[in-house]
Design a protein. Structure first.
Length: 573
């Protein structure tokens, strides 16, 4: 397919039957060979969706139209076109027909496209049409992230590590266009994870390959990588260590570091951790979005009753509010939402955190630095001399920190913090086990909030589920609640990367320490006894809140079962 003249393109668009003469003239006025395709221009103006445009264009040109992501492509066909050409022109080879290579593209009029593909493959080339998004996803799926970079590095026999003085943090990954190198490959991995809404990146050395996985919506997904990636493992890991300010010569001990960079103008903090394993150093990167992490309380997923209770609690003049749950359950996000809600000119708010995940205007935030002696306990002791109204402690890890937090609460300060326990009532026994006197726990703590994150069903592809009553019974779902709504199941579509889920929301268990609960705390009652008493006085457990979100069509039965434990205390009420 050669570059067509404007008059031929006008005839083509007219024959498609989708546009008025004025629309055709407007699209062609903006079209430049080598720039945005006709399909993109027409879709951008709202005249026709890209899929419909390309389907009609295929009919007029007599070319096949296909959805590349919906079919399997033989490995020998994929090997006919080098990754560099695939990613440069956003094309994918789909079939071999009588020694002719069929290549899918979204822009058949790209200047010199067929000739370039013929030179790259050494074969005659015929085109097929497919949406640009499908092609980009298929290229990543079949060739792997950074495949074109890896190919160029192998051709150049280049495995160098970038110099330490390169200031990546001053550049925007969305604008970088380096030569093929380890630097570019690492940037592509971080960029891809950010585009996929990933929160963590794991580079895991195996015996014969280097596996890369992204954590998206709390679940790990393996990302396709070039088969020859293992060859560059030492250089890739060294590059990440250089970026994070680590010692690249030390490979026997775990190390921690931090990278600051920008992606599309958004400030990103990356926490880096390395760990020596049998086949080399395993590297984990946690992506922290400084700006996007700030949520209002209305976005946390609280039901109206719990939200009202929490809003009342966070405006109390003193006391401790503890959020409990495992790592990655959204505890920090909840604390920041509370601080954001009460942040005002007449309140002095100080925090001590490790690390500072989100920067908040109007709040004094302190970073824990154990290497110089600035621990949670030391920082908290000095914070009390700073005349605070509200204090947020990132985590209560030991008796000393707990004692100072309780003293702060008893002397007229409101304290927010987190604790690693499975449910709300378990926080009481954890503090007593640390060595805190039960009467101090009972008098200082106002509420204990347990939380988990469940994946949200994709609104584009979810569908009602006629669930077998036996499944509900096995799950412990109260069948009498079915009248409150319907149960949906996940399907999977392009919007959600075929997972059936997009985004996450919280499920909560709020145990307010009332006059009915305090005597149980003082008498060292078990966590199950405390939980049972709280349920009798109206507390909704994690699983009960989860069932409500299932009936509202927000999440699935399996998600609630995955993140919550059976409510043993319910049988005791």
């Amino acid at each position: 397919m050669t570059t067509a003249s404007p008059s031929k393109l006008a005839v083509l668009l007219e024959r498609m039957g989708l546009f008025t003469p004025a629309q055709i003239e407007e699209v062609l006025a903006q079209y430049q060979p080598g720039g945005p395709s006709l399909a993109v221009l027409a879709a951008g103006k709202g005249y026709a969706r890209e899929e419909i445009f390309l389907e009609k264009m295929a009919e007029v040109l007599g070319l096949p139209y296909l959805r590349v992501g919906e079919q399997s492509i033989p490995a020998d066909v994929l090997a006919r076109l080098p990754p560099k050409a695939v990613f440069q022109y956003n094309v994918v080879p789909v079939a071999m027909e009588n020694n002719v290579l069929r290549v899918a593209t979204s822009d058949p009029f790209y200047p010199g496209l067929v000739d370039s593909l013929r030179l790259a493959s050494g074969l005659r080339v015929r085109l097929a049409l497919s949406p640009a998004g499908d092609l980009a996803k298929a290229a990543k799926k079949f060739y792997g992230v950074g495949a074109e970079t890896m190919e160029q590095m192998i051709q150049d026999n280049r495995i160098e590590v970038a110099p330490e003085e390169e200031a990546l943090g001053k550049q925007d990954l969305g604008e970088l266009d380096q030569e093929a190198s380890v630097v570019k490959f690492v940037n592509q991995v971080i960029w891809e994870a950010h585009q996929d809404r990933g929160t963590d990146i794991h580079l895991e050395p195996m015996e014969t390959d280097l596996r890369i996985r992204y954590r998206i919506d709390g679940v790990l997904h393996q990302t396709p990588v070039p088969p020859q990636l293992k060859r560059f493992q030492p250089a890739i890991i060294s590059r990440i260590k250089v970026m994070a300010g680590m010692d690249i010569a030390e490979k026997r001990l775990p190390q921690d570091g931090r990278i600051s960079l920008r992606i599309r103008g958004e400030e990103i903090d990356v926490r880096v951790s390395t760990m020596p394993t049998v086949y080399g150093e395993s590297v984990s990167l946690r992506l922290l979005m400084r700006s996007s992490g700030m949520l209002g309380m209305d976005k946390l997923g609280l039901n109206p009753r719990d939200e009202a209770v929490l809003k009342k609690l966070i405006h109390k003049p003193h006391g401790i509010l503890l959020v409990t749950g495992p790592t990655g359950s959204g505890k920090s996000t909840s604390l920041y939402a509370w601080l954001h809600t009460i942040n005002s000119i007449d309140k002095r708010i100080l925090t001590i955190e490790e690390p500072i995940e989100y920067e908040m205007a109007g709040i004094n935030q302190i970073q824990v630095r154990p290497e110089i002696g600035l621990t949670f306990a030391v920082g908290l002791r000095h914070i009390l001399r700073q005349d605070p109204d509200v204090i947020m402690v990132g985590e209560i890890r030991d008796k000393e920190t707990a004692e100072i937090a309780i003293r702060a609460a008893l002397t007229g300060h409101l304290v927010f913090s987190t604790l690693h326990t499975n449910d709300a009532a378990g926080a009481v026994t954890r503090l007593v086990d640390m060595g805190i006197e039960p009467f101090l726990v009972a008098s200082s703590i106002e509420a204990l909030i347990a939380q988990r994150l469940v994946r949200r069903l994709c609104s584009s592809c979810r569908r009602p589920w006629s669930v077998d009553p036996k499944i509900l019974e096995a799950a412990g779902f109260p069948k009498e609640r079915l009248s409150e709504g319907g149960i949906y199941e996940s399907i999977g579509c392009e919007e959600c990367r075929m997972t059936g889920f997009r985004g996450r929301t919280g499920i909560y268990e709020i145990l307010v320490v009332t006059d009915a609960i305090r005597p149980l705390v003082v008498s060292r009652a078990s966590s199950n006894e405390i939980k049972a008493a709280a349920i009798r006085h109206g507390m909704r457990t994690l699983r009960t809140d989860g069932w409500t979100k299932v009936l509202e069509g927000i999440t699935t039965l399996e998600e609630v079962l995955r993140v919550s434990e059976e409510d043993e205390a319910l049988s005791e009420t």
